[in-house]
Write a new protein. Structure first.
Length: 621
C-alpha cells in the first residue's frame, strides 16, 4: 500500500490530502499506534490491514495508475466548502498551534471536522515488514478522534483553534510536522480537506504562504485571488515583498505590503495589478516572498489556480438527466426532474433520450460520455455526475438538494441575452435562428452549447410504462464538443442558424432554446439561459404562437391579461431566466410587476396546445 500511496502523494500534493493511521496488528503491531487511530479504524469497520479509504469510500489499491485515476476523479467533484489554515506553527515549548477556518458556501448540519497532526517522515517505528521509514504518520487528532460536530450555516465562515503539547506524542522532530483537516458527513462522505506544513519556532523573521482559492461560480461572496501571509518567526513582520506572475512564462509583478504581524498572526493581500484572463483554473499564479522586513528572503514558491472575482450576474444552474423510455430506472429520475420543473425551481432542466429511447441520437451518447455518464438513468449537475441508486433515485437526496440550493443563489462571470427573438421555420426551412449576446467580467475563450428542448413529447413511449416525457432534448448544436466562443473587451456574439430536420419534433410551438456556456475545457458550466422559440414552420398541423393582448404596456405597477382558461403563465427576463410562473390560471389575471427590475420581459401563456406571447416593458415613474 505504501509503495502506491507514497509516489502518488509526491506528485499530487496539491490535489490530495494523505493521512496514515498506524495499526496495532499483528500482536503489539506498530509502536506508533494511537487510540485515535483505533477509533478511526472502528469507524470504518476495518478488520485487517493494509486498508485504504478515499473520501470515505473503499479504495481498491492495485497500481499507481488506477489509484491516481480514482483520486483525480474524486478531485473533479463540486466543492461547496472552503477550508484554510490561518496558523500552523509550533513554539519553543513544542506546542503546536492550529487556527483553521471553514467557509460554508453550502450549508449542512451534523458535520464532523477532523484535524490530524502528522509527521512527514518517521524512522523510529521500524518493525518486521522491511520498511525503514514511514510518511504522513498520524500522531494526534484534535480535539480527539471523534472530531468536532458542527452545524454549518450557508455563506458563513467558522474559526477553530487548537493548541497541543507535542512532547506527549511519538513526535521525532518538531520541524517535520504537518496538519491535515477534513469535513466528513454522518454517512462518511468527505466534503473537503486541506493540509499545511507546520512552521518552526526558530525561524528568523519570516512568513509561510498559502493562497485561498474558490471557483467564481460557487462563491457567494467576493473572494479574490491573493496571498495569505502567516508570521512564524520570533519577531514581528512589518513588511513583505512578493513577486508574482501568471503562467510559467508570465511577466513578474512585484508588490510591497506593509503589515503588523506578531507570531501566529496572519493577513490576506490581493494583487490589483496581476492580470489573469482566466475564467476558472486555466491559469496558474506563482507567488514567492522575496523580502521580509526589507531583508532578502528565500521563500518557497507557491502555485495556485487563479480566482476571478464574482460579478452581479445571477448563475442559473444546469441539471441534465439522461433517461430512456425502455429503462425502468429512468422512471424515478423523470419523476424527480418533472416534480422540480412543476415546482418552478430556479434551475435549467434538460433530458437527453438515451439508448433504448425512440428519440435517442448518437450525439447525445457521446455528450453523456464526456460528462462521465455511460448509461441511463444518469444525472449531472453543472457538468458533474450525481450518484443515483440502482432504481434511478438520488443516492443522497438531502446532500444533493443542499448543493443545488447553493448554486441557485450564486454568482457568475457571464450574462446571456438574445437580440430580438429566437425563431424556427424562417424562409421555409426548419432552421433555428438566434443572435446571442454575451457579457463577461473576464475576456476569455469558452465552449458554447445550444440545445433545443421540447416541453412535452408522447411518441417516444417505450417499455418502462411512461406515457409522456417532458423537457426532451431535440437538438444539440453543434455537437458534443460545443462551439468555441470568445469574449473580448467584455463582449461576445454568436449567430445561430442550424436545421433540426434530423430531430423528432412533435410540436414546433413547444420548443425553447437553452444556451449553455462552459469553460474552455468544456467541463464546468459557467452560465445558462433559456429563451422561447417562436414557431414560423409552415405546417397547418402545427399550432403557432399567437399574439397575447396585455395592457398597459409599458407598465409600472400591473399588467392585465384577459379571459384565460386553465392557462400556464410564465414571465422571462431578457436573459431567458424565468422570473415568474403560475399554472391553472382562469379568467382575468393581474400580473404584479412592481418588484421587477425595469427592462423588457416576455410574457408567455399556454392554453392546452395554444401558445401566445407578448413583450412588455417595465418602467418606473
Amino acid at each position: 500500500l505504501n509503495t502506491v500511496l507514497n509516489p502518488l502523494y509526491a506528485n499530487l500534493e496539491d490535489t490530495m490530502t494523505l493521512v496514515k493511521y498506524q495499526m496495532n496488528w499483528p500482536g503489539n503491531g506498530d509502536p506508533y499506534y494511537t487510540e485515535e487511530g483505533g477509533v478511526r479504524r472502528m469507524y470504518y469497520g476495518i478488520n485487517s490491514v493494509p486498508a485504504a479509504k478515499l473520501n470515505g469510500g473503499t479504495l481498491n489499491v492495485t497500481n499507481v495508475t488506477s489509484v491516481q485515476a480514482s483520486i483525480l476523479g474524486e478531485a473533479r467533484k463540486k466543492v461547496y466548502f472552503g477550508m484554510w489554515f490561518d496558523t500552523v506553527a509550533i513554539d519553543a515549548a513544542q506546542n503546536v498551534h492550529v487556527v483553521l477556518k471553514v467557509k460554508a458556501v453550502g450549508g449542512m448540519e451534523n458535520v464532523r471536522l477532523h484535524t490530524a497532526v502528522m509527521e512527514r517522515t518517521t524512522v523510529d517505528n521500524v518493525s518486521s515488514n522491511g520498511e525503514t521509514e514511514f510518511h504522513n504518520v498520524m500522531l494526534k487528532m484534535l480535539p480527539d478522534a471523534e472530531g468536532a460536530v458542527v452545524d454549518l450555516v450557508a455563506d458563513s465562515v467558522y474559526t477553530f483553534s487548537y493548541t497541543y503539547d507535542m512532547t506527549k506524542t511519538h513526535m521525532e522532530e518538531f520541524n517535520d510536522l504537518r496538519v491535515a483537516a477534513f469535513l466528513q458527513t454522518a454517512s462518511g462522505n468527505v466534503l473537503q480537506s486541506v493540509w499545511g506544513n507546520v512552521g518552526s519556532y526558530d525561524m528568523a523573521p519570516g512568513a509561510t504562504l498559502a493562497v485561498d482559492y474558490m471557483p467564481t461560480y460557487i462563491c457567494a461572496d467576493d473572494i479574490p485571488a491573493g496571498l495569505k501571509v502567516v508570521s512564524a518567526g520570533g519577531s514581528p513582520v512589518t513588511s513583505v515583498e512578493v513577486t508574482a506572475r501568471v503562467g510559467a512564462a508570465g511577466t513578474p509583478v512585484v508588490q510591497d505590503f506593509d503589515m503588523e504581524l506578531n507570531w501566529g498572526e496572519s493577513t490576506y493581500r490581493v494583487f490589483p495589478d496581476l492580470k489573469t484572463g482566466a475564467a476558472k483554473g486555466s491559469d496558474t499564479v506563482y507567488f514567492r516572498v522575496t523580502k521580509v522586513n526589507g531583508e532578502p528572503f528565500d521563500g518557497q514558491e507557491v502555485r495556485r489556480a487563479v480566482n476571478v472575482q464574482p460579478t452581479q450576474y445571477a448563475f442559473s444552474p444546469l441539471l441534465e438527466g439522461f433517461t430512456s423510455a425502455a429503462v425502468a430506472g429512468s422512471v424515478a429520475l423523470n419523476q424527480y426532474l418533472d416534480a422540480m420543473d412543476e415546482a418552478d425551481e430556479d434551475v435549467t432542466i434538460l433530458k437527453f433520450p438515451m439508448k433504448g429511447d425512440k428519440y435517442t441520437r448518437t450525439v447525445y451518447t457521446r455528450y453523456a460520455a464526456k460528462l462521465g455518464i455511460d448509461a441511463a438513468p444518469g444525472l449531472a449537475l453543472n457538468g458533474y455526475p450525481i450518484r443515483l441508486s440502482a432504481k434511478g433515485a438520488l443516492a443522497e437526496e438531502d446532500y444533493f438538494s443542499g448543493l443545488l440550493a447553493q448554486t441557485q443563489k450564486n454568482n457568475s462571470i457571464l450574462s446571456i441575452e438574445v437580440d430580438g427573438e429566437v425563431t424556427v421555420g424562417a424562409n421555409g426551412t426548419t432552421n433555428v435562428t438566434a443572435k446571442l449576446d454575451f457579457e463577461s467580467a473576464v475576456d476569455n475563450s469558452y465552449r458554447l452549447y445550444m440545445i433545443v428542448v421540447e416541453s412535452e413529447t408522447k411518441l417516444n413511449v417505450g417499455s418502462n410504462g411512461e406515457k409522456q416525457f417532458k423537457r426532451v432534448v431535440q437538438a444539440l448544436f453543434p455537437d458534443e464538443n460545443g462551439n468555441g466562443m470568445a469574449v473580448r473587451d467584455g463582449k461576445g456574439l454568436y449567430v445561430l442558424s442550424r436545421a433540426i430536420m434530423s430531430s423528432k419534433v412533435e410540436n414546433y410551438s413547444n420548443l425553447s432554446l437553452v444556451v449553455v456556456v462552459k469553460d474552455a475545457t468544456g467541463s464546468e458550466v459557467l452560465q445558462t439561459a433559456e429563451f422561447p422559440i417562436r414557431n414560423n414552420v409552415a405546417n397547418e398541423d402545427r399550432l403557432v404562437y399567437g399574439t397575447l393582448d396585455v395592457y398597459p404596456n409599458p407598465a409600472s405597477e400591473y399588467v392585465y391579461l384577459k379571459a384565460l382558461e386553465n392557462a400556464t403563465l410564465d414571465v422571462f427576463d431578457v436573459n431567458g431566466v424565468k422570473v415568474f410562473g403560475l399554472k391553472g390560471v382562469s379568467g382575468d389575471y393581474t400580473l404584479d410587476v412592481q418588484g421587477y427590475t425595469p427592462g423588457v420581459y416576455v410574457v408567455r401563456v399556454q392554453e392546452a396546445d395554444k401558445v401566445a406571447t407578448a413583450r412588455i416593458s417595465v418602467v418606473r415613474q
